[in-house]
Design a protein around this ligand. Structure first.
Ligand SMILES: CC(=O)N[C@H]1[C@@H](OP(=O)(O)OP(=O)(O)OC[C@H]2O[C@@H](n3ccc(=O)[nH]c3=O)[C@H](O)[C@@H]2O)O[C@H](CO)[C@@H](O)[C@@H]1O[C@H](C)C(=O)N[C@@H](C)C(=O)N[C@H](CCC(=O)O)C(=O)O
Ligand SMILES: Nc1ncnc2c1ncn2[C@@H]1O[C@H](COP(=O)(O)OP(=O)(O)OP(=O)(O)O)[C@@H](O)[C@H]1O
Length: 545
């Protein structure tokens, strides 16, 4: 690859509100209930990352997993921080360096104060100029991004403006910033919400990751409606066990964080989530074709029919009293679930059935392209780029594009696994691919600092084991890197009846290898290869990522 750039790890969106109320240092000392005799000053911003500090900010020097923020206090002060809040370990580090001259406040658990402090500093000075917004929070292993885009589009069809905070991008009024995290740090999040209020947006739609819930990134954020998609294996590097992963997600369905919930109860985790939630909850069953007699009060709403139309679906969503019909252009049964959840979350926020039905009929708001999510790049062969990067998503994406036996086409899958993340999913994904595709090309995803060859070996080992155990599969297995070469190989092997699925990277345009970001966009690599072998890709959408 010719293009590369150093990674801006921990970089924040860096956007700030115009008129934050700020917080006096004396008021902060009172809030924290600590001693401190410093000249008073108004803190006008706050960050826990020295690289995004501005003049007049409070720098939060927190302990992290790889370092302690106190090590960056000098840089923060150089950038204009007027005070530092840290823990006793941070104080020791500052004393060792001896160069910090600004007021230093010390509490035992500074992380638990981040949300409160950020919320206070970024409160809008004159609330009448910034009316409150409705907040929507979506959590779950898969489907957060897609559901968030669908909610935003449905709100627009109801003439309600909204901002978006998620994996792909942050949309604030007319500004669009590429995201580095799914849910930003609490300090950035409160700043973004303040900007959205200043822009008089009616609502904000946000993805809430389990990392965010665990690390307190959504502290002091009260969602009007929280939604749950599903829970399947991922992120066990952080959470260890599925039970802990569940417990992290469950924090959202608590009165401290949310007013109401819509919970998909297709699997046992969803049912457990609904049983655990201590807020008013609507439950949703999205297994296609569920009938009223099957459901026996197990869910408030269910998908009674979903009929394929082109690549998407015509859907009927029912409750004991009501029904809603909608169309979505999104491929894959899982997108019926995402669309149904989006519709019910907007309903739970106050939109009536009649209003919703009119908007769904007149504006077709659930038909859109989410960048890198089941994105159709070519029709012959069918070539799709998808963000599936965990076992459940990969299986569902393969099922969604599986050629019919009559077509005579094969399914060719290209994917890899991320380095320095949940290693246990690698072999599982290899086995799933071997059992569901005709050709599997194992390649690199984001290896981060791990040896990419070793990651490929682990994926391949799972695939080989699955084939050994199978009596009737003759899947072709290849391992090829770099990723561009694997994509080229997939297209070289394809004929126009085949289907190619590039899974794992979706909208991503940089591949992280040993601290360097290499330019790599699956969609572009695929288009280049398709043209090279004489196929015709679809036109490139106006905004792709
Ligand atoms: C595992 C994890 O979430 N780590 C996050 C965490 O890092 P950390 O607390 O361990 O921080 P550290 O690197 O030890 O540094 C200590 C402190 O020094 C600060 N620092 C560090 C360097 C510097 O130059 N200046 C500076 O001030 C850091 O901001 C931090 O406060 O706090 C940092 C600052 O808030 C985050 O940037 C960092 O996210 C990293 C980049 C990350 O990749 N996180 C991913 C795994 C993540 O959060 N993903 C989820 C879910 C994605 C999904 O669902 O697929 C997400 O919401 O994005
Ligand atoms: N409801 C769903 N159930 C299972 N898989 C899904 C669902 N929705 C989407 N997927 C799959 O998961 C991939 C990621 O989808 P999406 O970006 O909407 O989820 P996400 O929760 O935001 O993911 P991440 O947290 O990794 O950003 C999709 O590309 C698709 O393969």
């Amino acid at each position: 690859m010719s293009e590369s750039q150093p990674l801006a790890s921990g970089a924040s969106p860096g956007l700030r509100p115009r008129n934050p109320a700020g917080l006096r240092l004396s008021a902060l000392i009172e809030l924290l209930n600590i001693e401190g005799d410093f000249p008073d000053t108004l803190l006008t911003g706050v960050s826990l990352d020295s690289r995004s500090i501005r003049a007049g900010d409070l720098y939060l020097a927190l302990p992290g997993m790889s370092s302690h923020g106190a090590r960056y206090a000098e840089a923060a002060i150089h950038s204009g921080a007027t005070a530092v809040l840290t823990d006793p370990e941070g104080l020791e580090l500052l004393a060792e360096s001896g160069s910090v001259t600004t007021p230093v406040l010390v509490v035992s658990e500074p992380r638990s104060w981040v949300g409160t402090i950020a919320e206070r500093i970024y409160r809008t000075e004159n609330p009448s100029e910034a009316p409150p917004m409705q907040l929507f929070g979506v959590t779950g292993t898969n489907g957060k991004t897609t559901t968030s885009y669908l909610i935003r589009s449905l709100l627009a069809a109801l003439n309600r403006s909204s901002g978006l905070i998620g994996t792909i991008e942050t949309l604030v009024g007319s500004q669009r910033v590429a995201s580095t995290l799914t849910t930003p740090d609490s300090t950035d999040l409160h700043a973004l919400m303040a900007i959205m209020r200043e822009n008089s947006l009616d609502a904000a739609v946000m993805e809430v990751s389990s990392h965010a819930l665990t690390l307190g990134r959504v502290d002091q954020v009260l969602f009007e409606v929280a939604g749950f998609t599903n829970l399947t294996q991922d992120h066990l590097d952080l959470h260890g066990e599925m039970e802990d992963y569940f417990a992290a997600k469950a924090m959202l369905f608590n009165a401290e964080h949310s007013g109401r919930a819509v919970i998909t109860v297709d699997d046992e985790w969803g049912q457990k989530m609904a049983a655990t939630a201590n807020i008013p909850t609507l439950t949703l069953r999205t297994t296609i074709g569920t009938q009223e007699q099957d459901i026996e009060h197990e869910a408030d709403w269910w998908v009674s029919t979903a009929s394929p139309r082109e690549l998407g679906w015509d859907v009927e969503l029912r409750s004991a009293e009501h029904s809603l019909r909608f169309h979505t252009s999104l491929a894959g049964e899982f997108n019926v679930s995402n669309a149904a959840l989006a519709v019910l979350m907007v309903h739970a926020s106050g939109a009536s059935i009649e209003e919703l039905q009119a908007a769904l009929d007149q504006r077709d708001p659930l038909s859109l392209q989410v960048p890198g999510r089941m994105q159709l790049i070519c029709r012959a062969p069918i070539a799709v780029v998808d963000f599936a990067h965990n076992p459940d998503a990969l299986l569902r994406a393969m099922k969604a594009v599986q050629p019919s036996p009559e077509s005579g086409g094969r399914l060719i899958v290209v994917f890899g696994a991320t380095g320095q993340r949940d290693q246990t999913k690698r072999g599982i994904m290899g086995a799933l691919a071997a059992n569901n595709a005709d050709v599997v090309i194992v390649t690199d995803d984001d290896p981060h600092d791990e040896d990419p060859g070793q990651i490929r070996e682990q994926v391949l080992a799972g695939a080989l084991l699955a084939l050994e155990e199978s009596t009737d599969r003759s899947t072709v297995l290849e391992s090829l890197a770099p990723r561009g070469a694997a994509i080229d190989r997939a297209v070289e092997m394809a004929n126009s009846a085949d289907t190619i699925l590039l899974a794992g990277r979706g909208h991503e345009v940089w591949q992280e290898v040993q601290g360097t970001a290499l330019a790599l966009d699956d969609r572009e690599e695929l288009r280049v290869a398709l043209r090279k072998y004489g196929f015709t890709p679809e036109p490139v959408p106006e905004i792709e990522s």
